[in-house]
Design a binder for this molecule. Sequence first.
Ligand code: COS
Length: 395
Amino acid sequence: MSSTGSPANPDFDLYRPTAEHELLRESVRALVADKIAPRAAEIDATAQFPWDVYDALVRSDLHAIHVPEQYGGAGADALATCIVIEEVARACAATSLIPAVNKLGSLPLLLAGTEQLRETYLPRLASGEEMFSYALSEPEAGSDAGSMRTRAVRDGEDWVLDGTKRWITGAGVSRLYTVLAVTDPDKRTRGGITAFVVEADDEGFSVGAPEKKLGIKGSPTCELYFDGVRIPDSRRIGEVGEGFRIAMATLDHTRVTIGAQAVGIAQGALDYAVGYAKERKQFGRPIADFQGLQFLLADMAMKVTAARELVYVAAAKSERGDADLTYFGAAAKCVASDTAMAVTTDAVQVVGGYGYVKDYPVERMMRDAKITQIYEGTNQIQRIVAARELLRVTG
Ligand code: COS
């Protein structure tokens, strides 16, 4: 029975984090406090990939926690994966991209890859030996992903890839890439795009210089170049022509993880702002005594709570593969990232002049928050996706 005296409705438990989820959260928090939070400012300042932090994540099996047990992974469900990303992002958004991008890069194999492909690559990801990135965007194909130019041409038992990918998170540190390429220029998004696995050692593959970014500086973002890269047909993910559908279905799941990252960034900024408001004295009392600040903090907290609940609902839908995941993935990513931007900006406001300088963490959080409104589909694209689902279902 529920606390209201009416029979408990089992549906209410569908997205509630279990005791196990909360234990996982506690263990991630301990690792973050020990190994990640003390490094966050330095990672941002040096813009270097944090290999020490990566090793710490690997030792705790948190670097690619979504990989199923049968491939040597921890077998975490979608909500557990979100909790890991959220808790890491609370201290360091750049580091939270390690579990997030490993899921993005490898999910196409879990959704559509052959058993042989999974057995070849997923244990290497699970052991921490290699990371996995996702290559969809190109210099001229961002929001309009279907206008990509990278070609894959069949040659006997092989495919030969030529083209350029851009904005690839984890490029250079990842050894494995899911790459989307045009296999039939006439069909494009409707059967003309195919997904492949490319390895860093493949001849003709190379990585460009790291972009100089506003935030998430400890996570490299580069171009990828394919100059006659020859790969066997066994590296194809899914059927020929199925690539765009696989790419979009992947994003349905992983937009939820970006929502989790955004919630973590927002929570980190809120925590800092609350602590600061209680310590900082002006006019003879803590600024938290002033209602103007109290209302600001309350609004920030309510936004974070609402975003987190939506992300957790979406994570449950991702785990179950619900039919409305496309809508919920877009909604969770959009609401949570808009929340992260608003809450981190307000946190800078609470901390005032100190919030605007690098000695305090909120300016970094505000810079990091911005990308969550842009990558894995801009929030304008999320609104297009949500509106299409709305009109398709009700129209
Ligand atoms: N799941 C499975 N299939 C999907 C899908 C989804 N969520 N969304 C679209 N598809 C399928 C469609 O069903 C359609 O195939 P059929 O005609 O066989 O049914 C095909 O893909 C083309 O779909 P659509 O006509 O919607 O394609 P558009 O070119 O209009 O593009 C958007 C759709 C804008 C939604 C897409 O280009 C997009 O998401 N862009 C943003 C890309 C992005 O997020 N980039 C970030 C970089 S990756 S980190």
